[in-house]
Write a protein that binds this ligand. Structure first.
Ligand code: ADP
Length: 633
C-alpha cells in the first residue's frame, strides 16, 4: 500500500487541522523518525521564513503565500486600499471606512475632524485599533479627538454607526476565502461562514461598552449575557451563514446583490497585493474576511485575518470549520504521487519548486534565493535577514547546494506542476497499483511531461484516488480546543511592500531600486497583446479553467472568459474591475426588472456562452450558474 500523506503542524496546532487530517488517513510528521523533507503539508499560524519557500519540494504544500501582510495588517491594508482608491477611483474602492494611520496621519485626521465639526450635522464616531493586535485587544471608540490617546501604532477608522441589527444586536460576517494561486489569481470563497454577534444591545450613548460595539467572540464569550437568550439571536454569539441566509429571506432584500458585493470586496482587496506576491505555486492560503453590513445592506470590509481562528467554541464553529478545513485540503489537490516523497527524495532528482517553477515568459515576482540575495547589492538593512552568509563554511555549503539545484533546474527547462500528476497519469498509477509502479510514478513526477497544471483533478475526475471528503457528522460541542495563540498574529515588517521578497528575480542582478517595488504597469487601461505560456496557448480550449467548486468552496475568480484571460499574465486589474462592475450592475438591475433573470432554456445563447466556462454566483444556498442568469462575455 502506498504511504500516507504526512502533515506537520507548527507549535502543535491547530487541533482541528490535526483532527481532520487524521480522519482522512494522514499521518503526523515525526521528526525523530522521518527525514527532514518527508512531509506533504506544513501548517503554521504565523509566517513562514523565506528559506521554507525556497526549499519547498514538489510534493509539499504550505498554508501561506509569501508576502500577504499588505492586506492582513491593518495599517498596510488601509494604505493599499487608499492607493487603489486613488488609482482606480473611489466609486469602486468605497467599501472600507475612511482610515488614518497614526502617528503619520495625525494632522490629516485632525483636519478631517475639524472639517466635520465646522460642518455640523450628526455626530461622527471613530474607532481606534492597534495595527498589530487582534481579537479586539486595545480597541476603543470615541467621538471627539480629545479622547484619542494611543501609545503604539494604530489606525483610526470611521466607525460604521448604522449597522444592520438583528433583534437590536450588532453583528459582522466572517467570510472564508481561499487563494489557491496568486499567479494566475485563483480565488475560492466558502459557502459557509460565521455571523458573530455582540452580546449587548447596540447603543451609541455607551461607546465604552465593548459588548455592544465589538463582535469579537473572544470578548463576547466572557460577557454577562453570553448565555442568555437574546431575542432572535438566541443564546451564545454565533450563527452560521446558513442561518443568516434564513434571516435574509425574511427581509425584502436582493440577496444575490448583497453576496455579489461581498464577493467584489474580496476580489478587489486581493487585487491590491496580487501583482506583488511572489510566485509560489505550492502554497494555498485561507483568509478570514470580516465584513460588516450596514442598515442599508451595504457591506463594509473591516479587516482581513491572516490565520483565521480554528478553535471550536460552539456548535456553529463545529458545523462551519470542520468542513471548511476538509474542503481546503481537497483544494490542495494531492494526488497518489505525492505519497511517494521518500523515493523521490532518495533519487535526489528534486528541486525547490518556488524558485524554479516560474512559468516561462510570465513576468511575476519570484522569490530570490540566498545566493542571489547575497550578490544583488541589497540594502544593508536587509543583511540581518541573512545571518548564515556571514559564516564562510555555511555560505560555501549553500553555494554548493544552490549549484547542484541550479544544474538540475537547467536540465529541466520547464516548470514542475503545483501538484504531482495530471488526471491521466494518476489514473494509470491507480489502475496498475501504486506499489508496483513506484518508479513509474516517480518518473512521472520528475518527467517534463508531468509538468502541467492539474488543478482540474478533483473528486469528480478521480473518484477513487482524490482525498475523500470527511463525512459531515455533527459533533458535540467540545470545550474550547487548544488556543491558537498565533491565530491572527503576523511577523512585523517595516514595510511589506518594500521587502526583499518582492524583488522580481530578473532585477536582482542589479541593486534593488525604488522602481522594483512599484506595481507593474497594470493601470494604463490600454489593451495589451496577451500571450500565454506555451502550454496554455497550445491548449485546444485556451487556458485551463480551475474547477467550478470544490466541496463548498465556490470559484469566484476568474468568473468568466474575460477575467480568466485578464489573470494570465500581468494581472489586468482594469479589465477585472470592469467585469466585476458589469456583473454587479446586472444583479442590481435584476431586482427592479425580474424578467432579466433568465434561464438557459429561455435563451439558447447563454448555453453557448457558458459552454466551456461556467461560474456560480457565490452566496445563495444553492448557487445558480451565472450563465443561467445573465449573458456573460
Ligand atoms: P481585531 O483584529 O482586533 O478583531 P477588527 O478590525 O476586526 O479588529 O475590529 C474588531 C471589532 O470591532 C469588529 O469585529 C467590529 O465589530 C468592530 N469594528 C471594527 N471596525 C469597525 C468599524 N469601522 N465600524 C464599526 N465597527 C467596527
Amino acid at each position: 500500500m502506498a504511504a500516507s500523506l504526512v502533515f506537520k503542524l507548527h507549535d502543535r496546532g491547530p487541533e482541528l487541522v490535526r483532527e481532520v487530517l487524521l480522519e482522512r488517513g494522514w499521518q503526523e510528521y515525526d521528526g525523530g523518525r522521518q527525514e527532514e523533507e518527508d512531509w506533504n503539508l506544513y501548517w503554521r499560524g504565523s509566517m513562514f521564513g523565506s528559506s521554507e519557500y525556497h526549499n519547498l519540494l514538489p510534493w509539499q504544500r504550505l498554508n501561506h503565500h509569501p508576502k500577504t501582510a499588505g492586506i492582513t495588517r491593518k495599517d498596510l491594508l488601509a494604505r493599499n486600499l487608499r492607493r487603489m482608491r486613488a488609482t482606480m477611483g473611489s466609486a469602486l474602492y468605497d467599501f472600507s471606512p475612511t482610515a488614518f494611520i497614526l502617528p503619520t496621519d495625525y494632522t490629516r485626521l485632525l483636519a478631517q475632524c475639524n472639517r466635520l465639526q465646522r460642518r455640523g450635522g450628526a455626530s461622527v464616531y471613530w474607532i481606534c485599533k492597534p495595527v498589530d493586535l487582534s481579537r479586539g485587544r486595545g480597541i476603543f471608540l470615541f467621538d471627539h479627538i480629545k479622547d484619542l490617546v494611543y501609545d503604539c501604532p494604530v489606525i483610526v477608522q470611521r466607525y460604521i454607526s448604522n449597522p444592520l441589527l438583528i433583534s437590536g444586536y450588532k453583528f459582522d460576517l466572517r467570510i472564508y476565502v481561499c487563494v489557491k494561486s496568486f499567479h494566475p489569481l485563483t480565488v475560492y470563497v466558502h459557502q459557509e461562514g460565521l455571523v458573530r454577534f455582540a452580546t449587548e444591545k447596540y447603543d451609541l450613548s455607551s461607546l465604552h461598552n465593548v459588548y455592544a460595539h465589538l463582535t469579537n467572540t473572544s470578548i463576547n464569550k466572557s460577557g454577562p449575557f453570553y448565555k442568555t437568550k437574546k431575542g432572535r439571536v438566541g443564546p451564545g454569539c454565533k450563527w452560521t451563514l446558513g442561518q443568516f441566509r434564513h434571516f435574509l429571506h425574511s427581509q425584502d432584500v436582493n440577496e444575490l446583490l448583497l453576496w455579489q458585493r461581498i464577493n467584489n470586496i474580496v476580489t478587489l482587496t486581493l487585487l491590491t497585493i496580487a501583482p506583488t506576491v511572489p510566485y509560489c505555486p505550492n502554497c494555498v492560503e485561507l483568509f478570514g474576511f470580516d465584513v460588516l453590513v450596514d442598515a442599508k445592506y451595504k457591506p463594509w470590509l473591516l479587516e482581513v485575518n491572516y490565520s483565521p481562528a480554528l478553535t471550536l467554541d460552539c456548535q456553529a464553529d463545529v458545523i462551519v470549520k470542520k468542513s471548511l478545513i476538509s474542503d481546503l485540503i481537497d483544494l490542495m489537490n494531492y494526488t497518489p504521487a505525492d505519497r511517494l516523497r521518500e523515493r523521490a527524495h532518495q533519487e535526489g532528482r528534486y528541486r525547490a519548486c518556488c524558485r524554479a517553477n516560474k512559468p516561462s515568459r510570465v513576468p511575476v515576482p519570484v522569490l530570490p534565493n540566498k545566493v542571489q540575495r547575497k550578490t544583488s547589492g541589497l540594502h544593508p538593512s536587509h543583511v540581518h535577514r541573512l545571518p548564515l552568509l556571514k559564516n564562510p563554511h555555511l555560505s560555501e555549503k549553500i553555494n554548493q547546494r544552490e549549484s547542484r539545484q541550479q544544474a538540475f533546474i537547467t536540465s529541466c527547462q520547464t516548470h514542475l506542476p503545483p501538484v504531482g500528476l495530471n488526471a491521466t497519469e494518476c489514473r494509470i498509477i491507480e489502475a496498475t497499483g501504486a506499489k508496483n509502479h513506484t518508479n513509474k510514478a516517480l518518473n512521472l513526477i520528475l518527467s517534463t511531461d508531468s509538468r502541467r497544471n492539474v488543478s482540474g483533478v478533483n473528486e469528480r475526475t478521480l473518484p477513487a484516488t482524490a482525498p475523500r471528503r470527511t463525512r459531515r457528522r455533527r459533533l458535540h460541542v467540545s470545550e474550547v480546543t487548544q488556543r491558537d495563540a498565533a491565530e491572527t498574529e503576523v511577523e512585523l515588517e517595516t514595510d511589506a511592500s518594500s521587502s526583499i521578497l518582492d524583488v522580481p528575480r530578473r532585477r536582482l542582478e542589479t541593486r534593488a531600486s525604488a522602481a522594483s517595488w512599484t506595481l507593474p504597469n497594470i493601470y494604463s487601461g490600454n489593451k495589451r497583446l496577451v500571450s500565454f505560456p506555451l502550454e496554455a496557448s497550445t491548449a485546444v480550449n485556451g487556458p485551463p479553467v480551475p474547477p467550478l467548486r470544490v466541496g463548498d468552496f465556490i470559484r469566484t475568480f476568474p468568473f468568466n472568459p474575460a477575467t480568466l484571460k485578464a489573470s494570465r499574465l500581468n494581472l489586468d486589474v482594469r479589465t477585472v474591475t470592469q467585469e466585476l462592475h458589469k456583473l454587479t450592475a446586472e444583479l442590481a438591475s435584476a431586482q427592479s426588472d425580474s424578467s432579466k433573470l433568465r434561464t438557459e432554456e429561455e435563451d439558447g445563447t447563454d448555453a453557448e456562452a457558458g459552454a466551456d466556462f461556467e461560474s456560480l454566483l457565490w452566496g445563495p444556498k444553492d448557487p445558480p450558474l451565472i450563465s443561467q442568469r445573465f449573458r456573460t462575455s
